[in-house]
Design a protein around this ligand. Structure first.
Ligand SMILES: *Cc1c(COP(=O)(O)O)cnc(C)c1O
Length: 355
């Protein structure tokens, strides 16, 4: 991994701010962006001078590779402001590491830490006023990279653009989520790009998810592509199941994204004395557990929603509803994790990093 880059970041400040036009109490997720963005181009085999500049659209040639061959990857992370006005990131190294893992899989150049981390820290400091205090307020961070070389030739591009956008967000509430267990469509396959955070993985999910929406389900639980017998992810989140008082989740693989929230919840649950089993979870096992009353919870885990409880699932035209329970693991874990992120609970794991 190439991690040396010494050129300082050029900062071009916006002469105006949009901040006064934003209603921070009523934010739609991912819809509003701060005054600035971070950008660094890759050309002639190396990363160019990084720049922070006013957020604005940019011109791009119609033959740009990303439009034709889909070389595009991204990350999703968050920053938080505590009561002392300090800004914190949550396990940012995990996102940085995963970003470069995705880059390698998509034949894109790795981004040096000096560009990714220093760019992110500078950008957060510059648009610091956009990060609001108080639980429920977060700054969603979207690092991404696209192939910017031109020409409709099916080869990896020789030019790329890496950018970081900041989008203020409120706690994400998705309403009641019912899921459909996939029996035909797949999110990922062995040897494919399922463990990369590639834009195309999302595009591929839209059509089957639309079909599920039409049947009244908000999300699809993806199963393994070969047999459709193993439960793998829920929508764009990792997925957990509680059978009796044991928490189950699938091991990460080529088909399952190595989620930061997933691994964090595994450690948090263990620290609370909850039994956690990381092993393949079978569709049949879920159906049986629902029938005999031992299935207590299903929830998705990801940065945006943190924890997303699921109220029921459908498999082969039969709908299985989950019981309403007290002391839900989903809510306990979400509460504990968001308290750590907002510096309201002791961070005994050393996950939070000051900006
Ligand atoms: C981003 C993502 C997740 C969640 O990862 P976090 O690091 O927890 O945000 C899970 N599954 C898929 C497919 C994803 O793209």
């Amino acid at each position: 991994m190439s991690t040396t880059q010494t050129s300082k970041i050029e900062i071009i400040k916006s002469s105006t701010t949009k901040i006064n036009s934003v209603d921070f109490e009523n934010l739609n997720f991912g819809a509003v962006f701060t005054d600035h963005l971070f950008e660094c181009d890759f050309k002639n085999g190396k990363w160019q001078k990084p720049v922070i500049k006013p957020y604005a659209p940019f011109l791009i040639d119609p033959s740009t590779r990303v439009f034709h061959y889909g070389q595009a990857i991204f990350e999703g992370m968050k920053a938080y402001k505590d009561d002392n006005d300090d800004i914190w990131l949550f396990r940012p190294d995990e996102n940085y590491y995963r970003f470069n893992k995705s880059a390698v899989r998509m034949a894109m150049p790795e981004v040096p830490s000096a560009i990714f981390m220093e760019g992110l820290n500078e950008l957060l400091r510059l648009d610091e006023a956009w990060i609001k205090k108080g639980k429920g307020n977060t700054m969603y961070i979207r690092p991404f990279m696209i192939a910017t070389g031109t020409g409709v030739v099916a080869n990896p591009s020789d030019e790329y653009k890496f950018m970081i956008l900041l989008s203020p967000a409120k706690a994400y509430y998705s309403g009641e989520v019912k899921v459909l267990i996939a029996e035909h469509f797949s999110r990922a396959a062995n040897g494919g790009i399922g463990s990369a955070k590639a834009a195309g993985n999302y595009a591929a999910q839209f059509y089957p998810t639309n079909l599920a929406n039409k049947e009244g389900f908000q999300q699809v639980i993806w199963t393994d592509d070969a047999t459709h017998t193993k439960l793998e992810e829920a929508g764009t989140m990792n997925v957990f199941f509680r059978i009796n008082d044991t928490l189950l989740t699938a091991p990460v693989s080529e088909r399952i994204l190595d989620g930061v929230t997933r691994k964090t919840l595994i450690d948090l649950a263990k620290s609370k004395g909850i039994d956690v089993e990381v092993r393949p979870v079978l569709v049949q096992e879920l159906v049986e557990a629902s029938k005999n009353g031992t299935l207590k919870e299903i929830f998705g885990a990801g940065t945006a929603a943190v924890v997303n409880p699921i109220v029921g699932f459908s498999f082969r035209e039969v709908y299985y509803e989950l019981p309403k329970i007290e002391n839900s693991y989903a809510l306990q874990l979400k509460e504990h994790l968001t308290n750590i992120q907002h510096k309201l609970a002791d961070d005994t794991f050393g996950w939070t990093v000051k900006v």
